[in-house]
Design a protein around this ligand. Structure first.
Ligand SMILES: Cc1cc2nc3c(=O)[nH]c(=O)nc-3n(C[C@H](O)[C@H](O)[C@H](O)COP(=O)(O)OP(=O)(O)OC[C@H]3O[C@@H](n4cnc5c(N)ncnc54)[C@H](O)[C@@H]3O)c2cc1C
Length: 453
């Protein structure tokens, strides 16, 4: 095998939605950029997903929303089913069922047109570290060994975390994930033998027997009259088994899927927790799933991956202005991402931990009594704050109805959501203060787990 050496300003490892968005956003700047993916071009963006994404993420990032062939359907809202499926909340909100392959390929194609180099079928094997800084990566490209050097390496390799996983363990960016903070998700895209009613509404079903610690979904692709993305996510680390088995046993056995045809099938792990403790260290940045940027409550990660790419592009731009590629020089990504999404994400992580403790009975009760109305749910999920007025209503509804523990618990959860927001608002201004802040964060989580016990 021969070894080939090249030098870049920025190397982005992974051309999923995170890496492709970053390449697209950065290509507008005057930088020498290399984007790498282990997949061949025709499979770029082909990652198991529910394919749903809110319209607002495109407004927030300035990335052009999907249209034409990139659009599998327009979404007008969500139907949220209670465990008995007798009560349905109707949440209005615009979004898309995206053709993730066409969309990702468009982002990469535009970047290439603006000068980004792209290596397909190239597997990054490890980072190159010199004097406590990442200075490049080693990769294999069709039998050829490459040594690729750059001022900044971006790990956008999703769950494989191919770069940051191999860094020295005392670098905080290597922070690992507790399996209980993940969801194991599996989905099939199916062609049904009937037309779908209200195809512009995606469906979410909460039921702990069918999807313990998660939910199952049916997201119609309204571009076609009878194609849907049906899947299921369950909490990891609890020994529940494979989501595919649950999907087949409890969902695909239903009349509505009889004689349907599988168009695509596959699953993957979803990190459903607060963001990585730091998204930057010396010469390296992590974005997307590699940096745990997924919404902990609903498991949607495409929009927030795009937001993390936006934060990364600003931090990289600044680092090239100052010439400082150390953790300190790249620190801006943390501050920006937290502002754009991370603070809300952390507070929703508290809510997620609470939700995973609830029984079907509690959830049924909460939905039936409209403890959280459609508008409250919308507000909580888009801001990470539970409104005080919900507690006033709760007190009226729950008083004397034998559910005081639920009220007390929810009040405590809301106060911890506030505390976590407060703590993240005090996220350190520079890396030297991270250790102390991290201890405060860990203390707060451990206190919260004690309260929920
Ligand atoms: C079943 C399921 C359903 C989901 N549903 C939704 C949904 O409806 N809406 C939503 O918003 N999110 C959903 N998500 C989450 C969403 O898919 C992810 O958050 C998002 O795709 C993450 O994008 P990413 O770019 O960070 O990672 P990825 O999409 O995983 O991209 C990583 C890329 O890196 C490449 N790569 C990895 N290792 C290497 C290496 N060593 N060398 C070179 N290249 C490498 C891979 O080939 C891949 O292309 C779902 C996830 C699952 C599993």
């Amino acid at each position: 095998m021969s070894e080939n050496r090249s030098r870049y300003d920025v190397i982005i490892v992974g051309a999923g939605v995170a890496g492709a968005s970053l390449a697209n956003l950065l290509s507008k700047k005057d930088l020498k950029i290399l984007l790498i993916d282990s997949k061949p071009w025709h499979r770029l963006g082909d990652k198991p997903c529910g394919d749903a994404i809110g319209k607002h993420h495109f407004e927030e990032t300035g990335i052009r929303p999907p249209s034409g062939e990139e659009l599998d359907g327009y979404v007008k809202g969500i139907l949220l089913y209670s465990p008995s499926e007798e009560v349905v909340l109707r949440l209005e909100g615009e979004g898309f069922e995206i053709n993730r392959v066409m969309f990702t390929q468009r982002l990469v194609k535009e970047a290439i047109d603006r000068g980004v180099e792209f290596f397909e079928e190239t597997n990054v094997s490890e980072p190159i570290i010199e004097k406590d800084h990442v200075v490049g990566v080693r990769a294999n490209r069709k039998g050829q060994r490459l040594e690729l050097r750059a001022e900044i390496v971006v790990d956008a390799s999703g769950n494989s975390r191919s770069v940051i996983r191999r860094l020295p363990k005392d670098w905080p960016i290597t922070e690992d994930i507790d399996p209980r903070d993940t969801n194991v998700a599996y989905r099939e895209i199916r062609e049904l033998n009937r037309d779908i009613e209200e195809p512009e509404f995606i469906r979410i079903y909460v039921n702990n027997k069918i999807a313990p610690g998660g939910y199952w979904w049916d997201f119609p692709k309204s571009r076609y009259s009878n194609v849907t993305n049906v899947g299921l996510g369950i909490q990891g680390g609890r020994g529940y088994g494979h989501p595919r088995d649950y999907l087949y046993k409890y969902v695909l056995s239903r009349e509505q899927y009889r004689n349907s045809r599988i168009l695509e099938a596959g699953g993957a792990l979803v990190p459903t927790r607060r963001p990585l403790i730091t998204m930057a260290w010396n010469g390296v940045i992590a974005i997307g799933d590699a940096a745990f940027t997924v919404n902990p409550v609903h498991g949607g990660g495409k929009g927030s991956a795009m937001l993390s790419a936006l934060a990364a592009s600003e931090a990289i731009k600044k680092a090239f202005e100052t010439g400082d590629f150390s953790a300190k020089g790249l620190w801006l990504i943390n501050k920006l991402y937290l502002k754009l999404y991370g603070i809300k994400q952390a507070s929703l992580d508290i809510f997620r931990i609470f939700l995973q403790k609830l029984s079907d009975d509690d959830i049924e009760y909460g939905i039936r009594k409209r403890i959280m109305r459609e508008s409250d749910l919308y507000e909580t999920s888009s801001t990470g704050v539970i409104k005080r007025s919900i507690f006033e209503k709760l007190e009226r509804v729950l008083a004397g109805l034998g559910r005081p523990s639920l009220l007390i618990k929810l009040a405590q959860v809301a106060s911890y959501m506030d505390k976590i927001r407060g703590l993240y608002e005090e996220y350190p201004e520079s890396p030297e203060m991270l250790k102390e802040w991290r201890e405060r964060l860990e203390r707060l989580y451990s206190e919260f787990y004690d309260v929920l016990r």
